[in-house]
Design a protein around this ligand. Structure first.
Ligand SMILES: [Zn+2]
Length: 214
């Protein structure tokens, strides 16, 4: 681990994209992640896909009840540069409506482009801005959908990323890969030993989020 800043722990934001994955996946994973975070009272950031919220309204409400920050992850999880301006606006608003009606939360200004696609597209960014959003990227992508079932490998990739990026690291994880709950549990178990404090995106301060490369 990098030396803590001025004796303070490194601030790291774990972010979870909750979505309908393209591939088969085990049930119960988001419940497992929420359980692990809740046991240790660790706040995180969840980017909710509108269709996922429609399918799992109770889970969406639990995300909010547990004190996590909620962002918008689009409605259809399409590659946003492929949408027209109208299509983009409709997709963003539809997801915002479902999140609001289900959880009572306005996800603005937090948005994550599906696949990170559009994060460097001026037209997509303008559309997001007009709707009151900013894309939140990530520094550390441990590809938690790889090596399904290997929590140790996943944990190691997250650690290496945090070590590389240091204070203000944003980590990309997903709400469905089966290794994610155990990997997160192991990371949280050694947080104080590692000198890491896990926080929400809005607790990182504005600057680190604006400089997130993806
Ligand atoms: Zn996604």
């Amino acid at each position: 681990m990098t030396e803590p800043l001025e004796g303070r722990p490194l601030r790291v934001a774990l972010t979870f994209d909750a979505e309908h994955p393209d591939r088969p996946h085990a049930p119960g994973v988001p419940e497992g992640i929420l359980g692990v975070l809740g046991d240790r009272h660790v706040p995180a950031t969840w980017f909710l896909q509108g269709r996922w919220v429609e399918a799992f309204p109770e889970l969406a409400r639990q995300v909010v009840a547990d004190g996590h920050l909620v962002g918008n992850h689009s409605f259809y999880h399409a590659r946003l540069p492929l949408l027209t301006d109208d299509g983009l606006r409709t997709d963003i608003r539809e997801s915002e409506r479902v999140i609001g009606e289900t959880t009572g939360i306005d996800p603005r200004p937090w948005f994550r482009c599906p696949f990170g696609d559009g994060a460097r597209d001026p037209r997509v960014l303008a559309g997001l801005g007009a709707a009151g959003y900013r894309h939140v990227g990530w520094h550390v992508d441990p590809e938690d959908w790889r090596d399904e079932g290997s929590a140790e490998k996943l944990e190691r990739r997250v650690r290496e990323g945090i070590e590389r990026e240091g204070d203000g690291s944003v980590v990309l994880l997903h709400g469905w890969p089966s290794a994610t709950p155990l990997a997160v549990e192991r990371l949280l178990a050694s947080a104080s030993e590692d000198g890491v404090s896990y926080v929400r995106i809005d607790q990182l301060g504005v600057a680190p989020v604006d400089t997130v490369p993806w």
